[in-house]
Design a protein around this ligand. Structure first.
Ligand SMILES: [Zn+2]
Length: 411
């Protein structure tokens, strides 16, 4: 290995102490005291690696190493170091600290990169505090929305106040910071947060694409009635409608989806939610994802048919609102090719797999070619203190990141 595996392990373990909960969990909410403490510690590691650091007006921590040719578009590496309220030690940190390790290794090897390299710890990737995440990366690429700084956390603190408390003066007029053409490639290493690599018995994977989710909210309206007196054939039971749609949607995805399609009903609200009243109104969410947009569109059409048929059979009114519809974003072939070549030299035999969850990289993809490396994690558990990845696997992932980055930095 060319990276310094023990230095990287030290960094992971040291960062896991900040905001530690229980034996293995962390809570480092965006812009919080713990987040700031983590940013300060990681900033120190960036400086040891030879990066010049700054914390921008969105709370992003950015380290920069000037390349020999300043006219070349830069190479960017990064991920996030904020966490879920009940999160794990590796989500985000693996890629953020992995990026720093890459630059530190270049320095150890005496390599002066041709192009400038930046390593970014994006602020508020997780989104749990203000119920809207990937704030830092959206600031960088110009995808902030109206009123973003006015969003409040559960204690009534606005993002504006939280960022000031964190120590930066937010300024949305600075967005976007980067334009298409500024960045040659963005690379992110991340734990898989899924079970595919474990099932494949492989430590590392090369990502093909980040799948695009469709998020729908379905509302069904029937008529409330006494559970003891309304005969079955006269009911307009909204909950039964939701149950039927959920079951048929599940079968549809299983039977007609690609191996990559996933469909989930994850949240449901029932009114009046009483044991002896027939359900009058139900609202539930649908999450449908695939990297194959045609396959996804086809299933989406059939899902609407299921909803319509069920509502009509059960005598229910229905409406569907579309909350999110994002397209899958494909990793650049030329970056995947470099990864595959380097992977072969390292002998990892890493498979190619897609990402169901989104990452900072998804947003970077709108202004730059991007590539991602996944590291196996136990049972795919994440957003949970039980999240676990073997240090040996993480080091292999960072080694592949290093060789890929070195190639691009020298091109
Ligand atoms: Zn993450």
């Amino acid at each position: 290995m060319e990276i310094n595996g023990s230095r990287f392990a030290d960094h992971i373990n040291t960062l896991a102490e900040i905001g530690k909960i229980g034996e293995t969990g962390v809570c480092r909410l965006a812009h919080s005291k713990e987040d700031r403490q983590a940013v300060d510690v990681v900033k120190g590691w960036m400086e040891e690696a030879g990066l010049e650091t700054r914390i921008d007006c969105f709370g992003n921590l950015i380290g920069r190493l000037e390349g020999k040719d300043q006219d070349k578009p830069i190479l960017m590496l990064g991920s996030h170091i904020d966490s879920q309220p009940y999160g794990g030690r590796f989500d985000g940190t693996a890629g953020a600290l992995g990026g720093i390790e890459v630059v530190h290794t270049l320095k150890d090897q005496g390599i002066d990169p041709n192009r400038t390299i930046e390593v970014v710890c994006f602020s508020d990737e997780e989104g749990s505090r203000f119920n809207k995440g990937v704030f830092g990366v959206r600031g960088l690429i110009g995808q902030l929305e109206e009123g973003e700084l006015k969003r409040k956390d559960k204690n009534g603190v606005t993002r504006l106040e939280a960022l000031r408390e964190f120590g930066v003066e937010p300024d949305v007029s600075q967005s976007p910071v980067y334009q298409p053409g500024d960045i040659e490639a963005f690379l992110e290493l991340h734990i898989e947060q899924g079970p595919v690599l474990e099932a494949d018995n492989k430590p590392v994977g090369i990502v093909s694409a980040i799948s695009g989710p469709i998020w729908l909210t379905v509302t069904l309206e029937g008529f409330a009635g006494h559970a003891g007196s309304v005969p079955m054939n006269l009911r307009q039971d909204a909950f039964l409608g939701a149950a039927t749609i959920t079951k048929e949607f599940n079968e549809l995805v299983r039977n007609e989806g690609t191996p990559n399609t996933v469909g989930t009903v994850g949240s449901i609200q029932n009114f009046p939610n009483s044991r002896n009243i027939i359900s009058e109104k139900v609202e539930f969410t649908i999450d449908l994802r695939d990297i194959d947009i045609e396959a996804r569109t086809n299933l989406e059409k059939k899902l609407y048919q299921i909803i319509e048929k069920t509502a009509s059979e059960l005598n229910l009114e229905y409406s569907v609102s579309e909350d999110t519809k994002s397209e899958p974003r494909y990793c650049a072939d030329w970056i995947k090719d470099i990864m595959k070549q380097e992977d072969e030299k390292l002998g990892f035999q890493s498979p190619v797999l897609m990402s169901g969850p989104f990452h900072d990289a998804l947003f970077m993809s709108y202004i730059s070619d991007y590539g991602m490396i996944f590291v196996r994690c136990e049972k795919g558990i994440s957003h949970n203190p039980l999240e676990y990845a073997e240090m040996d696997d993480l080091q292999k992932g960072v080694e592949l990141l290093y060789h890929t980055a070195a190639k691009i930095a020298q091109s």
